[in-house]
Design a protein around this ligand. Structure first.
Ligand code: NAD
Length: 359
């Protein structure tokens, strides 16, 4: 059956990096008969310019009908004066909630060739490959009641609510265990069960769900220790699953272990495994239109798409291996360039990956 991909290049460097990822997919489509089809839509500033909204109706219905969405990036100075409701970033939040993408997968992978890019010692991070599974649509960022109220003594008081139902915990737990089954079969659940009742329940439900995955090893860690372990010995982790807020913080720490923003992909999945795939970086207005951007995060995002939405592990492995081979040849876009390496453009990096795929 045809696998429909909605392609939303967005703004800034978005169109340039997405073009390279599509070239990679088109190559594999022809080479392996993957039966992929592509349809473009507008989002962010591009959506606003054409339809006065960052998430045009046509784009939303295109994404709803698609099996997966590939997004470049949104935003830029041109749209900053706009009121919040129509800012490009609203398009992104809108699509995440419309598609109910509750499970955010953010890998932190450090290619040994780029170990110098990290602020940590090369032996601590070289070969790092961990996956953070962050709950994306619940927890303290959405819990009610919330707000700022006036107390009787005249003082103001701010408050938010950390709330998770069993079903919300269960579905993110399944997402983490299924992810681990495709990797090294270890899940570390991060909570603060010693202080927060809500995460005591989180721990209970994780233990219960784990019984259905006897091939996966589950461990638990308090979030303060997890933050410390991430910078002390990050290679101990395979999959880390956690709440919305803890995941927000820990995934940025994990990303920075690799030191290279142009290398990191992400996936946000719904309950059926349909997903939106995007690099973690933004639209980089400072280098947009100059053929300078690193397309590897977007290329690695389509590898995740093939693995997690389409179950095409061989094709995903091929892309990841081709990126590795391309880096071995010494080509580097300027964000990951170091002395002695060959500086290349966005399109040349795409060429290097396709040449590696051709073998
Ligand atoms: P950014 O990630 O766009 O850029 C930060 C720095 O990293 C810049 O120097 C940029 O040149 C560089 N960089 C980013 N991606 C790169 C790549 N692929 N190759 C080489 N260099 C790269 O973050 P920012 O500057 O804070 O934000 C710029 C715009 O992007 C803003 O409008 C912001 O709202 C938006 N943004 C969008 C997303 C998204 O679409 N998911 C995420 C973050 C920021």
């Amino acid at each position: 059956m045809t696998k429909k991909i909605a392609v939303l290049p967005g703004d800034g460097i978005g169109p340039e990096i997405v073009a390279e990822a599509i070239r990679v997919l088109e190559f594999l489509n022809a080479d392996m008969g993957l039966d992929l089809s592509f349809e473009n839509g507008l989002i962010g500033g591009a959506g606003y310019d054409a339809h006065s909204t960052p998430l045009p109706e046509q784009t939303l219905s295109l994404c709803k009908q698609a099996d997966a969405v590939l997004l470049g990036a949104v935003g830029g100075p041109k749209w900053e004066p706009l009121e919040h409701a129509v800012r490009p970033e609203r398009g992104l939040l809108g699509i995440r909630s419309e598609l109910q993408l509750f499970s955010n997968l953010r890998p932190a992978i450090l290619y040994p060739q780029l170990a110098d890019a990290s602020t940590l010692k090369p032996d601590v991070v070289s070969g790092l490959d961990l996956m953070i599974v962050r709950e994306l649509t619940g927890g303290i960022y959405f819990g009610q009641p919330r707000g700022v109220r006036a107390l009787k003594n005249g003082e103001k008081q701010g408050f938010n609510t950390l709330v998770y139902s069993e079903s919300e915990i269960r579905r993110i737990a399944h997402s983490a265990f299924l992810t681990a089954q495709k990797r090294n079969k270890k899940v570390c659940s991060v909570d603060k069960a010693n202080v927060l009742e809500c995460t005591e329940l989180w721990r209970e439900v994780m233990d219960e769900v784990a019984k259905g995955y006897p091939d996966v090893m589950l461990s638990h860690m308090y979030v303060d220790n997890a933050a410390m372990q991430l910078v002390r010995a990050p290679k101990q982790f395979d999959v880390m699953v956690t709440t919305n807020m803890f995941g927000d913080i820990l995934s940025d720490t994990a990303a920075m272990l690799t030191g290279s923003i142009g290398m990191l992909p992400s996936a946000s999945l719904d309950e059926q495994g349909k997903g939106m795939y995007e690099p973690i970086h933004g639209s980089a207005p400072d280098i947009a239109g100059k053929n300078l951007a690193n397309p590897l995060a977007t290329i690695l995002s389509v590898a995740m798409m093939l693995r997690y939405t389409f179950g095409e592990a061989i094709a995903a492995d091929r892309i990841e291996k081709a990126v590795d081979t391309a880096l071995d040849t010494g080509v580097r876009t300027s964000d990951i360039h170091s002395e002695g390496m060959q500086k290349v453009s966005t399109a040349q990096m795409g060429d290097a990956v396709i040449n590696a795929l051709k073998g």
